[in-house]
Write a protein that binds this ligand. Sequence first.
Ligand SMILES: C[S@@+](CC[C@H](N)C(=O)[O-])C[C@H]1O[C@@H](n2cnc3c(N)ncnc32)[C@H](O)[C@@H]1O
Length: 278
Amino acid sequence: MNLDIIRIAPAQLVTPERLLLYALVYGLRPKHCLEIGTAQGGSALIICSALDEIGLGQLVIVDPAPQIAPEHWARMAHRAALIVGRSPEALSQAQQLAGSKFDFVFIDGDHSFEGVLKDIEGVIPLLDAGGYILLHDAHYFEVKEAIDEALRRYPFLTDCGMVSKEAHPTDHFYKNQRIMWAGFRLLRFNPLNEASIAIVEATKKLAALQEQLQDKDQTIADLQQRLTQIYNSTGWRLLEKYWRWVERYLPEGTRRRSWYNQVMRAFKNIFYRRDSNE
Ligand SMILES: C[S@@+](CC[C@H](N)C(=O)[O-])C[C@H]1O[C@@H](n2cnc3c(N)ncnc32)[C@H](O)[C@@H]1O
């Protein structure tokens, strides 16, 4: 194994990060890699060398202003494709080039809070189940806050934490915070978590529906009880007696019954003030 590339690659990474990047790619054996932010192509060279060592995999690089020297490009051209463009806008083109979902994404482009969050949100739909997102400069507060926000928003991202801790503090301050570079933080896309979120939501809806159903059952039980009370009341018994009496002594089709019907209609008109033809 030729690890010279870790020393000579023009990467903006400290030594532990170089070693770890190589080891992660070598160990995870991703088939479809994406790099957002390449500069001189140093990290891309490390990724491609690890892919060479395992003998598989491709890397798509997105950067609006790459400065890859021809001799460096020559070392990785057989494994890499370069898109001169910005993330996240260029990400769908990156996926088309890869021809598949990505299983390893390295984000080291726009380091603003919005930029990092957009990159993470942009790559989520392009990630394969169990795919990884590695973020550089995770000690920088905007990168850190964007990662934390993404983890809050998307519980199907698992935080594997800071996998490389060496920090580069500077004398500069931004928004009252000391600027600190370096640091790798690793996230894992866990579709099972996505499924569990769906299950939790569905269970909540089911519980709400069951509650509504219970309310309806209670209403039906109340009405049935009311009906039983009516059937058992003296008034209802008298009415039943009266109807039996009518059927017995004023049978249908007789003259008596038609007089009775007329009298009842007249009563109805008086009490309900309705037209007698109704
Ligand atoms: C810190 S450098 C990358 C260093 C490189 N990963 C390495 O370790 O060798 C940041 C790069 O991100 C690029 N960049 C800035 N905004 C970007 C964006 N929206 N999409 C992709 N790349 C971006 C810059 O042009 C620059 O080359």
